[in-house]
Design a protein around this ligand. Structure first.
Ligand code: ZN
Length: 227
């Protein structure tokens, strides 16, 4: 059962926070966000009350920086570790993963080996999902019901595989406003270059447009005869 509040309609995703390790892949560098920017995002999220923060890959900054900052602000967090990386340098240990859950954070899966689930054969995808779920459930002692697609990549076959293993919420990286009551949840990825004010403004604009559309629909339903 998710512990996240229901009025949330913006979900953000972070990866590493702080200084990237010396051997960080060049492709991953833009996703490392400085601690100051991360903390500012949390302060905005706390003030807005409509924003959920999530974390992919299971990096050590999850437990060293993110968890204490979330607890300090009374904010929930959802963490998606790669189970194949647990205990490797720079990644969470099994004990640290357990500690996230013990502190009230939600733990989902991001797979075992960071495979692109939409690009590998079904057997490989489902083995990756199953392996990761077994490890998380063994560590936490509770069922894992949430997943974030590696690389944000998915199609209907990926969704079917996740449902088969009892996943109730699947998080993409397709930005925009979202609804936590849905199976598929959109997330907006935060990078070091992200302009936070601009990002929240554009998400608010999107919310405003959707509100107008809903209003127009309601008006038409009330005023037009059914065809
Ligand atoms: Zn990832």
């Amino acid at each position: 059962m998710s512990k996240t509040p229901q009025k949330i309609d913006i979900v953000l995703v972070f990866h590493g926070i702080g200084t990237p390790p010396a051997d960080c892949l060049e492709a991953d560098l833009p996703y490392w966000v400085q601690e100051e920017k991360f903390l500012r995002t949390l302060d905005i999220a706390k003030e807005r009350g409509d924003t959920l923060i999530t974390f992919d890959d299971g990096l050590q900054s999850d437990v060293r920086i993110a968890m204490p900052a979330l607890i300090e602000r009374g904010l929930p967090g959802v963490f998606f570790p790669l189970t194949g990386m647990l205990g490797k340098p720079g990644y969470l240990t099994r004990e640290e993963l357990k500690s996230l859950a013990d502190h009230g954070m939600v733990v989902g899966t991001h797979g075992h080996m960071h495979l692109d689930w939409a690009k590998v054969p079904r057997e490989l995808r489902e083995k990756d999902i199953q392996d990761s779920l077994e490890i998380i459930e063994e560590i936490l002692g509770t069922p894992c019901k949430e997943a974030a697609f590696p690389f944000g990549s998915f199609d209907r076959r990926v969704l079917a595989s996740l449902k088969k293993f009892g996943i109730e919420k699947a998080y993409s990286c397709s930005r925009g406003k979202t609804n936590l009551a849905n199976f598929l949840i959109h997330r907006t990825s935060i990078r070091e270059v992200t302009d936070l004010d601009w990002m929240f403004q554009s998400l608010d604009k999107e919310k405003g447009i959707q509100k107008i559309k809903r209003g127009v629909k309601r008006f038409l339903r009330a005023h037009l005869p059914p065809f």
